[in-house]
Structure formats: structure tokens, C-alpha cells
Design a protein around this ligand. Structure first.
Ligand code: PLP
Length: 273
């Protein structure tokens, strides 16, 4: 396998970054996960826009988007696969032991791995930990993901594939790596960005393509909603058939099934929507 590092392709086994890279020592980095269908990245322009926004939010120099595009093309050509997940990581780079950034400049790594299409429906849990809707990192896709790692492990312990967070005022926010939607009176709703959720690219496309509304939602909406579904780059649109052990029979329901169909058709017709 090849990865992109220091401006070119390298063998993954021998590629090295500094052990004092701030991505490693203090979680000072940002990333994107991009789906690649038959070697073509999906929605790359939107992902690169978000990468730039995340860099700005962290005070990192703007990434060289031409290099990122070249890197994506290069790793996909080096290891062809039907369904891949590109991982673009951009960190503060080699620095001192503390939290101050060094002089060295950022590290860019682009890797690709094979993935498979996710099942049409899944189980989720809710977790007692909260998303901070007003933090310095809110809305940025940073590599500071340990809280998500802990919550996802809790989900797996309960036979679920995702854990959903409330924000600090008790409203439904998002999953560890997905956005959440509910169907109420036949209409699709998702928490607004002010809830503290990530501006998911799949979320945005579903809002644009289905007319879903952005609404503040209490956590108990998960019990009241006719249907619940998740969105993310690797899940696309995925129905929820169990929440905290309570079954939701019939998932995917008709509204979710329609959203899945619309997403498949539109995303298949335009790889950079
Ligand atoms: N929320 C979080 C915290 C995420 O990490 C992700 C994706 O990794 C998402 C939502 C979904 O975003 P996207 O649709 O851009 O993959």
C-alpha cells in the first residue's frame, strides 16, 4: 500500500512522521474521510472546503488543495479498489513537547483503505456524555477524537454501531461519526449546526435533496419519531432499527427508504455535487 507524505507517494510500511508531531502529542490536527467509488472521490470539493474551514478554525495554515487533490488521485491510482475510503490528515506538524506549535509547518498524510457498503439499517445507543455546542473546536473536524472512540466502544459493547450524543442543553446533536435525522408527521428533521454537530457533507446533501428541516430536537424525539436515520460518508443514509435496546420495527420506513433512494440516485449521477 502507498500513502502520500512529504509531497509524494511512499510505501506505507516505511513512511515516517516525527514522534513529536503535534497530531500525535496533543491531537492538533484535522481530517477528512472521503468515499471513493471506482477510484473517483465523492464530493471532494465539499470535503476540501470543510478541510480548509477546519484548518482556519485551528489556526493552521491553509492546506494546499492542489496537493491534496494530487495526493488523492495518486493513492487511488496506486491501489485500485471498488469502494475506498480516503483519509486526509493534516496536523500542526513536528513541535515542542508542550502545546505551543513548532516552526516546522504542517504534516499532510493521505491514505486509502478498502471499505464495504454498510447495511440498510443499524442499532444505536445514546450516551450520557455531551457535545459542547460552544467549544473552540465545535463544528471542526479535528483529530481530537478520543471521546468518539470511547462512545463508539460503548456502542459496540451493546451490539450497536453508533452512539448518539445530546448537547449541553439536552438537545439531540449527532453520533460519533454521523449525523442524525428523525421523521415527525411525515417530515424529515435534523438538528441545526447550532446544536454543536459537525456540518456533515452527507447531512447537507440530504437536506438539499429531500428538503429536510433543521430543527432543535429533544432527546426523547428518538422514542416519538416515526423513523430515525443516520447519515455519513461511509453509511450514506442508514435507517435505525433499535435505540437503546428498543426495537423500531419496519426500518427503513417509507420516508427513510425514499431518502435512501434519492441519495443513491443523485450521488450516483454526480460524483462532485
Ligand atoms: N459527525 C461527526 C462527529 C463525524 O465525524 C462525521 C463524519 O465522520 C459526521 C458527523 C458525518 O459527516 P460526513 O457526512 O461529512 O461524513
Amino acid at each position: 500500500m502507498k500513502i502520500w507524505l512529504d509531497g509524494g507517494l511512499q510505501d506505507i510500511e516505511s513512511a515516517r512522521v516525527s514522534v513529536l508531531d503535534h497530531g500525535l502529542t496533543v491531537g492538533d490536527g484535522i481530517f477528512e474521510t472521503v468515499k471513493a467509488v471506482d477510484g473517483v472521490p465523492f464530493a471532494l470539493t465539499r470535503h476540501l472546503d470543510r478541510l480548509t474551514r477546519s484548518a482556519r478554525g485551528l489556526g493552521l495554515p491553509a492546506p494546499d488543495l492542489d496537493e491534496v487533490r494530487r495526493a488523492c488521485t495518486a493513492v487511488l491510482r496506486a491501489d485500485p479498489m471498488p469502494l475506498g475510503r480516503l483519509r486526509i490528515t493534516y496536523t500542526g506538524g513536528h513541535g515542542p513537547l508542550g502545546s505551543d506549535r513548532g516552526e516546522h509547518g504542517p504534516t499532510l498524510v493521505v491514505a486509502v483503505g478498502e471499505t464495504t457498503r454498510r447495511p440498510d439499517s443499524t442499532a444505536v445507543i445514546t450516551v450520557p456524555w455531551t457535545r459542547n455546542e460552544r467549544g473552540a473546536l465545535t463544528g471542526l473536524k479535528t483529530t481530537s477524537y478520543a471521546e468518539n472512540v470511547v462512545a463508539l466502544a460503548r456502542a459496540h459493547e451493546h451490539g450497536a454501531s453508533e452512539a448518539l450524543f445530546a448537547n449541553t442543553v439536552g438537545q439531540l446533536c449527532e453520533g460519533t461519526g454521523s449525523n442524525v435525522f428523525v421523521v415527525l408527521d411525515g417530515e424529515i428533521h435534523t438538528p441545526p449546526l447550532a446544536s454543536g454537530c459537525l456540518a456533515g457533507i452527507t447531512r447537507r446533501l440530504v437536506v438539499e435533496w429531500t428538503g429536510a428541516r433543521e430543527t432543535d430536537l429533544p432527546m426523547d424525539v428518538l422514542d416519538r419519531a416515526e423513523e430515525v436515520f443516520l447519515t455519513s460518508t461511509l453509511r450514506d443514509v442508514q435507517a435505525v432499527h433499535r435505540v437503546d435496546g428498543r426495537e423500531r420495527p419496519g426500518a427503513p420506513g417509507p420516508v427513510t427508504a425514499k431518502a435512501m433512494r434519492i441519495f443513491d440516485e443523485r450521488s450516483g449521477a454526480d460524483l462532485d455535487p
